[in-house]
Design a binder for this molecule. Sequence first.
Ligand code: FES
Length: 107
Amino acid sequence: MAKITYIEHNGTEHVVDVAKGLTVMEGARDNGIPGIDADCGGACACSTCHAYIHPDWVGKLPAKEAMEEDMLDFAYATDPARSRLTCQIKVTDDLDGLIVQMPEKQI
Ligand code: FES
């Protein structure tokens, strides 16, 4: 279980407990948090689960796989240093305290 803070583009914060084994995207979806659309359901095929990782956390996440890197090219207003596809980040106990911020919109 990890406590994850999702911050909407307008600054609204949602702090939720997300079970180990789910993805960061599923944590938002299952808690009805707006701003992460996840149109493809987590298959790394849509880029609408894009979010910015808090700078303190960027280096603590597993590296991007090539497929995520390619798909991020289609996301809206990416930041090369902080953008990730949240369906590609598995929740572990180590992610307790993670903070992600949603973009102004998904594509
Ligand atoms: Fe489609 Fe993440 S949910 S790429």
